[in-house]
Design a protein. Sequence first.
Length: 159
Amino acid sequence: MTFKIKVNEVEHEVDVDSDIPLLWVLRDVLGMTGTKFGCGRALCGACTVHVNGVPMRSCVVPIENVGESSVTTIEAIGDTPIGEKLQQAWLDLEVVQCGYCQSGQIMSAAALLAANAEPTDSDIDAAMAGNICRCGTYLRIREAIKQAAQASATSPQGG
């Protein structure tokens, strides 16, 4: 079947089975490999993307369920003020070790800061709970989110 999908503000037509997960459309059909395959069961968060601004596990979202929604991936999150600040904080605090989970971590963090400009540690922990980091950089992830929130609050254009 042919589906129209809007990814990172660009319209695409894809010819795939209706039940193929969004993850595989992004990676295999559109060549956007920043979104990672982790567990395939929505348990690890490596495949997190935004669908209409809501973080979703793309490994379990069938393409037929995407419809007219707008999908944002790690390839474009840095074009947003929040995403840019998160990516800078990730670099400043050297969050990344192996890096495999980081695109999903940043996508979840961006959704959190879009909804809550001043998250507490509990807010951060709750929002990030579904993202697993095998390297255990959770404390640096939390600090990077706080730094990005503070940078957003003090920047002229806001978050």
